[in-house]
Design a protein around this ligand. Structure first.
Ligand code: KG4
Ligand code: ZN
Length: 411
């Protein structure tokens, strides 16, 4: 079964083509591309939704083309004519790129398309959904709406990657899917730029009304990634600041640079599973004001390194403490961690130590699958394939017209 996954919820235009072998429960990654817009958003200090949408419109066809080129894309003998592309008329750049590429190739072997429908930046989501919808019509294949956060959960199910040689002689990564080896109840911690959630999982797959995912902990204000990015900005580090904080924190630990102040660990002792990170952000703001004499002097280098370490430590302490509580409360057997912040080595290690201490299994995505990608959406499509819309269905269109994504902000 071949699935094309399309992800445009934020600032990555990402497409992946996978082949799932259900008998062996393995997945071969036939093509996988992520086009990051980060450089475009740096001057804004964050992702600007309309700019993100424009960039997706520009990049979707080139990204698809490079994915299909990975699988011996065949040219059409004669470029064919597409009757109705009116749904692309609001995106002239995407329409032009679509018209000048898609009719020149033969319909690729793809069973269905999966696309992120939420949560995310609405203009960015819509352009991806529209693109998926028009592809589904032109190629006459179904389309599966996917939840971005479910995609992040599923990146933890990728086992060791093997080099697989296809009949064509091409070498492709292939991995075992770990879903059949999960012990339930499982608990997922999702830590990204937009979310900090603890999710209780009774079974992988199934969102909406049939959801087997239940949110048992959530942030009351900023998400973890957002906290990293905003505090990094206060320290003069460019967007996205999370990875930069983690590099500086590691340097501080290696060279024994201590933090100039102790930051709060918000809500660490509350007996719920919720988070709050805005107090941490405010504490950094005041520390920076003091250290710079109200912005009149530059921040000393060791202050930046020391406080980066303390930011990472404070966030890690809160995450570990809440997860320890959640593991006990739900007698959890497996932890599945997902979201861009899982790329943080210090947090990964702390969560691995916690799982070892509680003698439970932990599944962590490889660092290169942690941030947004098309592979996670192709996998989400696989686990929700029974929810496919027919190519001529207007259901997705109706939801778009209502100005909402089908799944809303929750799983
Ligand atoms: O999941 P993701 O790619 O996008 C969202 O869905 O939000 O996550 C992006 C977030 C950003 O806030 C980024 O700063 C953070 O993940 N991030 C990190 C690290 N790598 C990415 N935060 C801390 N340490 C890192 N190494
Ligand atoms: Zn994400």
């Amino acid at each position: 079964m071949k699935i094309l996954g399309i992800e445009t919820s934020c600032d990555e235009t990402a497409i992946s083509l996978i082949e799932v072998d259900e008998a062996t429960n393995t997945v071969t990654v036939l093509g996988n591309r992520v086009h990051s817009q980060i450089d475009m958003h740096v001057p804004h200090g964050g992702v600007f939704p309309m700019l993100a949408k424009r960039e997706h419109a520009k990049n979707l066809v080139p990204v698809l083309k490079s994915v299909l080129e990975e699988v011996d894309m065949a040219k059409a003998a004669v470029p064919y004519k597409i009757d109705d592309l009116s749904i692309l008329k609001r995106d002239p750049e995407l329409l032009d790129a679509f018209e000048s590429f898609i009719p020149t190739i033969k319909k690729p072997e793809i069973d269905f398309i999966s696309v992120t429908v939420g949560p995310g930046l609405e203009p960015a989501l819509w352009v991806g959904i529209t693109f998926a919808q028009v592809l589904s019509r032109v190629w006459n294949i179904p389309i599966v709406p996917c939840h971005h956060m479910e995609g992040h959960i599923l990146t933890g199910l990728i086992d060791k990657v093997h080099d697989s040689v296809l009949k064509s002689g091409a070498h492709k990564p292939r991995f075992d899917l770990l879903d059949r080896r999960i012990l339930y109840p499982a608990l997922s911690l999702l830590i990204s730029g937009g979310h900090t959630q603890i999710i209780l999982i009774e079974k992988i797959g199934g969102h909406g009304a049939n959801s087997s995912y239940k949110i048992v902990g959530d942030t009351r204000d900023d998400a973890v990634g957002e906290c990293f990015d905003k505090t990094a900005r206060m320290l003069g580090l460019a967007y996205p600041g999370g990875p930069k904080i983690s590099v500086l924190a590691a340097e501080a630990r290696d060279t024994n640079i201590a933090s100039p102040i102790v930051l709060p660990r918000p809500m660490i002792n509350t007996d719920d599973l919720d988070f709050s990170f805005s107090g941490l952000k405010t504490a950094v703001l005041y520390a920076v004001k003091n250290a710079t004499n109200d912005g009149k002097e530059p921040l000393p280098e060791n202050f930046i390194k020391g406080i980066a370490r303390e930011i990472e430590d404070a966030i890690t302490d809160v995450l570990v403490s809440k997860m320890r509580g959640a593991i006990e409360k739900y007698a959890v057997e497996t932890l599945i961690i997902g979201g861009g912040v899982v790329a943080n080595t210090h947090i990964r290690k702390a969560l691995q130590d916690l799982a070892a201490e509680c003698t439970i299994k932990i599944l962590l995505p490889q660092t290169d699958h942690a941030t947004d990608n098309g592979l996670m959406i192709a996998l989400a499509g696989y686990f929700n394939k029974d929810k496919a819309f027919a190519p001529d269905s207007n259901e997705i269109q109706t939801l778009k017209a209502a100005g909402t994504s089908p799944l809303g902000p929750r799983i």
